[in-house]
Design a protein around this ligand. Structure first.
Ligand code: UT7
Length: 332
């Protein structure tokens, strides 16, 4: 077996569709208002695609941005992992469609389904291929077109979500102190009943009835998900820090899944983190599911808060339930 080596994120690309939907825009079509949305979620606006734009398009745009920034050719990519709950189709995998769109002629790939934890799960999977020595250039993409599965007549869900994509490149780290240090993930299927899309799968194949009953949309019982997310994001973050000999004081930056500002604030308070160490961009993107963390990484790089050598903690909780955390010493 090849010797274990450390993986590092060495490049990043992003894409959000240009169309912006504000809280006031939504208030014109459903019974809601800017104050409620901002107060309960921290969201002001979100980006959404023109109808018919698939997730692969956003993912390919994000990957194109990455390739351009890195100065890398698509045929250098060895593996593409796409995290999404809004694949273009059940099959083929969105990774295959992205591979063809960017002409990554030497890559193989597959999709990962872990909802809001999808990016971190895919990052962990990609890391294993670097650590094992199997691959040296792995692309991990988090991409979702949530507007394709949200019921815009349901005010309890449609205000929450947006569309977007982010891509990172994983490569071997030339310095063992830098890169992905550890991960800790959990699933708890007892939470499946609180956040799910019931229609279109093998349980409820698509039919006139499933569409009439709006089973092809996101269904969420927000409060149990909220409570679980607050508890678990704190728990998993503390656990991964402790087992690596760190405390909240050692963290330079906390980048959490952006589902609700109150969840991020509660988790960061539990870790004793000042606001300056917490990345929050839910205000402008809403919950883009698998894309929130790479979009937040991008903002942290842009505003100069994420720098080489920083200890970064990533955390997410989502449908499943899925729980994820990744600890990294930022490498570029
Ligand atoms: O990323 C995947 C994981 N998902 C999450 O992490 C989401 C977790 N849950 C949440 O973030 C929150 O539960 C929500 C933001 C979804 C809801 O916030 P909440 O504080 O739990 O509100 P609620 O569901 O208890 O609703 C409170 C009230 C209700 O009215 P009544 O029954 O008190 O009269 C709702 O009908 O707010 C009402 N409401 C709204 N009012 C205006 C619900 N949605 C809206 C809305 N505009 N959009």
């Amino acid at each position: 077996m090849s010797q274990k080596r450390r993986a590092m994120i060495s490049a990043l690309g992003r894409f959000v569709p240009p169309k912006v939907v504000t809280n006031d825009d939504l208030a014109k079509v459903i019974d809601t208002n800017n104050e409620w949305i901002l107060d309960r979620t921290g969201i002001s606006e979100r980006h959404v695609v023109e109808p018919g734009t698939p997730t692969s398009e956003l993912a390919a745009q994000a990957l194109g941005d990455l390739l351009q920034k890195k100065g890398m050719e698509p045929d250098e990519i060895e593996l593409i992992i796409v995290a999404t709950v809004t694949p273009d189709m059940f099959f083929p995998a969105t990774a295959c469609i992205v591979q063809n769109k960017v002409r990554a002629t030497r890559a193989w790939g597959f999709d990962v389904s872990a909802a809001c934890s999808g990016f971190l799960y895919a990052l962990t999977v990609g890391t294993q291929f670097i650590q094992s020595g199997a691959h040296s250039k792995v692309v991990v993409i988090g991409a979702d077109v949530m507007s394709s599965i949200v019921d815009y007549q349901d005010r309890t869900t449609c205000v929450l979500f947006g569309d977007g994509a982010g891509a990172v490149l994983l490569e071997p780290s030339d310095n063992d102190a830098f890169g992905i240090l550890d991960f800790k993930h959990e699933i708890d299927g007892s939470g499946a009943q609180f956040l799910y899309m019931p229609g279109g799968g093998s349980l409820n194949p698509s039919s006139h009835e499933t569409v009439e009953k709006k089973m092809h949309y996101v269904h969420q019982d927000g409060q149990p998900v909220f409570k679980y997310a607050v508890r678990k994001m704190g728990e998993v973050s503390r656990a991964i820090l402790e087992r690596n000999g760190y405390s909240g004081d050692d963290i330079d930056l906390f980048i959490a899944h952006q589902a609700n500002l109150r969840i991020i604030n509660a988790a960061s308070e539990k870790l004793g983190l000042p606001a300056s160490k917490v990345v929050k961009n839910i205000n402008k993107f809403g919950n883009t599911t698998a894309a929130t963390i790479p979009l937040a990484i991008g903002d942290a790089v842009d505003d100069g808060r994420l720098k080489k050598g920083n200890l970064v903690l990533f955390a997410a909780v989502g449908a499943g339930y899925t729980v994820g955390s990744v600890l990294s010493r930022w490498a570029f």
